[in-house]
Design a protein around this ligand. Sequence first.
Ligand code: PHE
Length: 390
Amino acid sequence: MAHFTLSTLARALGALAVSAAAAFAPSPAAAQDPKKADGPILIGHYGSLTGSEATFGQNTSRGIRIAVKEINDAGGIGGRKVELKEYDTQGKTQEAGSAVTRLLTSDKVSALLGEVASSLSITGGKLAQKYSVPMITPSSTNPQVTRIGNMVFRVCFLDDFQGYAMAKFAYDDLKAKKVAILFDQAQTYSKGLAEFFSKSFRELGGKISAEQAFTGGDQDFSAQLTTIRETNPDAIYVPGYYTDAGNIALQVRKLGITAPLLGGDGWDSPKLAEIGGGAIEGSFYTNHYSHQDPRGEVQEFVRKYTETYGQVPDALAALGYDSARVLFAAMKASPTLEGKDLAAAIAATKDFQGVAGTITIDKNRNARKPAVIVEMKGGVPTYRATVQPK
Ligand code: PHE
């Protein structure tokens, strides 16, 4: 019967097409195996190289570049050089999505480094997971980031701990009993940190006198700050990014509020003092490392970085460097650069001596590390205290 014959023929042709494709397409594992392939190993970085969080991406990139130069000077990985592909996210979700898609589908990188902002790492992390390519975020601290799946790692602490660290410092050291919060409702990072700080501070016996929200990029904070002023807080917690934090500090002082401002790692930028000027002096924030830490690893990195870039490295630079070095060590240890193998090698990272502390990746693909508290003094984040993980 004609119908029967045609469908049999179609099936036969289909089978032929499949086997032809299998014969001619290189297997992705072989194409990415450092021991079988030659040419450079491509790694991708996506970060905010422009926009109001520009120093995040720029300084992360600088840290990564120092690590890339070091590994290549030492002969590369399995005899292959490492080559960095990098795209700007402009600090925007949509741009982050296209940058990561491009790295995964057109550059076909073996691994991703990025982002800084948690919201953008969540966007990128979902794509990394979908394409089964490991991603290490150097500095995204919101708990949700690594919950995406087994391809997503971080080399920094998390915001439940960071919020606790500042709550404890405010309550114990600053003797603050009443704190107001002003957070960025558009950032997963900021919302999370506001919540974690509030919970820890209340558990310690403190009171949250007011909770107000803004949206990153806002220029006028007077309505929120007037409400906050009425509650006469001992301190104001502003878990936002540095451009907004600097602007908020200026308006806080203009309104005659003298209470110290408290922040999180999102404040860490050479631009904070530039924008905030005298208004940011005497404020405190939690951070991943201090360039004043006398440890050998830190001082050696500070020296190399300052020589190359003429600037003291901030936490982004240190964490960018650490994330790249953790990745390269895993690439060396992994039998292939195929996603599953490489992810397993990253997951096995133990007692890695980083600039921003010792890194052991736990079963949730996170690192557990102490936080430092710095105080803005003469425009310089100055070491004040260390808070150990709970
Ligand atoms: N932790 C911030 C976030 O998750 C990013 C950040 C890290 C900013 C370190 C500055 C320094 O969004």
